[in-house]
Write a protein that binds this ligand. Structure first.
Ligand code: ATP
Length: 258
């Protein structure tokens, strides 16, 4: 079997008494699509921090493309091919869309002038933002801001793209647009790990789903398998984020809801 693109090996992280990651082991292959669900405070964004290098684990190892990256910071990991979006995007609002993406290609991806322009243009093309290249980022609507956030991550040239709740706040048709953009990125060979509360968006894309709760995985399998897991249903029951009827509807639509 080929080496997975990403491997977490018994990773643990605590902030004082708060357990963020408890002995997590997890692997993702090249071009895989993995969805991560879990209630608020489950440790999902922190998991991204551990993968991207924004957080250092207390114990365990993170490997990327067969290399131990545990001690590398986020900029070094980004240059190796781990790109991420943030739950609260912070574009440079006075800069144009193109300039924002160019900065990501140069600062995040470490690309030089000509290559950075090409990467920025490609990222805008893949996210459907080419027509807004000269618009100041501060003037964008919500969907365009989400596209820009993805374009910024894409411009760094990732082999692995971490998406943190990019569908939040969008209408159903907008979510569909976003899913198609992500599908297109994945079709280019980029592995995607997507944290999302909008379960329907996830189930329309991912092959595999995991559920995080209290810093532990309580489900890992196809979306239908995970959503049918009693423990997963239990933690979501009464949740305002994903109600039981949404899970039922996804399950009724069949394996993965696709
Ligand atoms: N720097 C920090 N110091 C202390 N506690 C932290 C820190 N960062 C996160 N936490 C705590 O760790 C837990 C997990 O947070 P995290 O943001 O990873 O959860 P999440 O699953 O992404 O939640 P949400 O769905 O609300 O975004 C929370 O209890 C949070 O308050």
């Amino acid at each position: 079997m080929s080496t997975p693109l990403l491997e977490l090996d018994h990773v643990t992280k605590r902030f004082g008494r708060v357990v963020i990651a408890e002995d997590l082991s997890f692997s993702v292959g090249a071009a895989d699509t993995v969805g991560i669900v879990g209630p608020n405070g489950a440790g999902k964004t922190s998991l991204f921090g551990l993968i991207s290098g924004d957080l250092a684990p207390g114990a365990g190892q993170v490997r990327f493309a067969g290399r131990n990256v545990t001690r590398l910071d986020s900029s070094a990991r980004c240059r190796l091919g781990i790109g991420r979006t943030y739950q609260v995007p912070r574009p440079f609002t006075d800069m144009t869309v193109f300039e924002n993406v160019l900065v990501a290609a140069q600062q995040g991806g470490g690309l030089r002038r000509k290559a950075s322009y090409a990467a920025a243009a490609r990222a805008l093309g893949m996210t459907g933002m080419a027509g807004e290249a000269n618009v100041p980022a501060g003037r964008l609507g919500l969907l365009a801001r989400k596209r820009l956030e993805i374009a910024r991550a894409l411009a760094t040239g990732p082999q692995l793209l971490l998406l943190d709740e990019v569908a939040g706040g969008l209408t159903d048709p907008e979510v569909t647009v976003l899913v198609e953009i992500i599908r297109g990125i994945n079709a280019e060979g980029v592995a995607v790990i997507w944290i999302e509360h909008v379960v329907r968006a996830l189930t329309s894309l991912v092959d595999r789903m995991t559920c995080l709760y209290g810093g532990e995985f309580i489900g890992d399998g196809t979306p239908a398998q995970v959503l049918a897991t009693p423990r997963v249903r239990e933690v979501y029951l009464g949740s305002e984020i994903v109600d039981a009827s949404t899970i039922e509807a996804v399950l009724e639509e069949g394996e993965g809801g696709r």
